[in-house]
Design a protein around this ligand. Structure first.
Ligand code: 13P
Length: 254
């Protein structure tokens, strides 16, 4: 389960969450892999609190390059140095509000891998695309574009998160079986491109996930976990979701 905090929580609030989480975590089932993605500003402080725990740290975005005169930019190298093991790439909010193209997303995936970060690649269709039955073509285009700039080795080490844009922050969710079909499609495309690696790339669902509905998604055979925004901001809710994950997810045991 991955928490994407987006542009929420001060350094102090982030640190307090991490401290509380670690304190209470012995309750939650040990087989769930947990990743927290705070703002870049809070990354290091959260990482300090997570030392010795099984919760990993991720960035929410990276810029290309390593170091240099790029005002405001944060590279994968700097994220890694601050303690991140993972980084979200191609979130729909980056694609929508920051103009990130499929090609830039692919370059960022390559750059993440070069910076010793494992990419969490987000794909998802807009409401219009969904209504006009273009989900399959959009997801296919977004996944296939990854192969333009990124090596197969890097792509063996990604997580893919299917996040329909219309489900993010809206309380609307697809039928779990529809999300499962898209996850199956993602697996199929990856299997064609990386034939020896069919089951190793985890596919997650994201979009209005909460402790109330997470089990519906995790019980789908092609969905390995959840990428959670709003509901991950509350420690209680986060622990509830983490408790559910290993019991509902049958896919990893196959
Ligand atoms: P919400 O869980 O708030 O819908 O956000 C989903 C998301 O965008 C996670 O990356």
């Amino acid at each position: 389960m991955i928490a994407n905090w987006k542009m929420h929580k001060t350094v102090e609030e982030s640190r307090a969450f991490a401290r509380e989480l670690v304190r209470r975590m012995s309750r939650s089932a040990p087989s769930t892999q947990l990743i927290i993605c705070p703002t870049a500003l809070s990354l290091w402080a959260v990482g300090q609190e997570l030392i010795g725990s099984r919760v990993m740290l991720g960035g929410q975005n990276l810029d290309l390059g390593r170091e240099g005169a790029f005002t405001g930019a944060v590279s994968g190298y700097l994220l890694h140095e601050a303690g991140a093991k993972w980084v979200i790439v191609g979130h729909s909010e980056r694609r929508q509000y920051f103009g990130e193209s499929d090609s830039l997303v692919s370059q960022k995936v390559a750059q993440a891998w070069e910076s010793h970060l494992r990419p969490i690649v987000c794909v998802g269709e807009s409401l219009n695309d969904y209504r006009e039955a273009r989900t399959i073509s959009v997801i296919t285009r977004q996944i296939e574009a990854l192969f333009k700039e990124t090596s197969r080795e890097a792509l063996r080490n990604i997580i893919v998160a299917y996040e329909p844009i219309w489900a993010i922050g809206t309380g609307e969710v697809p039928q779990p079986s529809q999300a499962n079909d898209v996850a199956a499609l993602i697996r199929e495309i990856l299997a064609q491109k990386i034939p020896d690696d069919r089951d190793d790339v985890p596919v997650l669902y994201g979009g209005s996930v909460s402790s109330k509905n997470i089990h519906q998604f995790l019980s789908q055979p092609h969905i390995d976990g959840a990428l959670v925004g709003g509901a991950s901001l509350h420690v209680e809710e986060f622990l509830k979701m983490a408790d559910i994950a290993p019991y509902e997810n049958t896919n990893q045991e196959q």
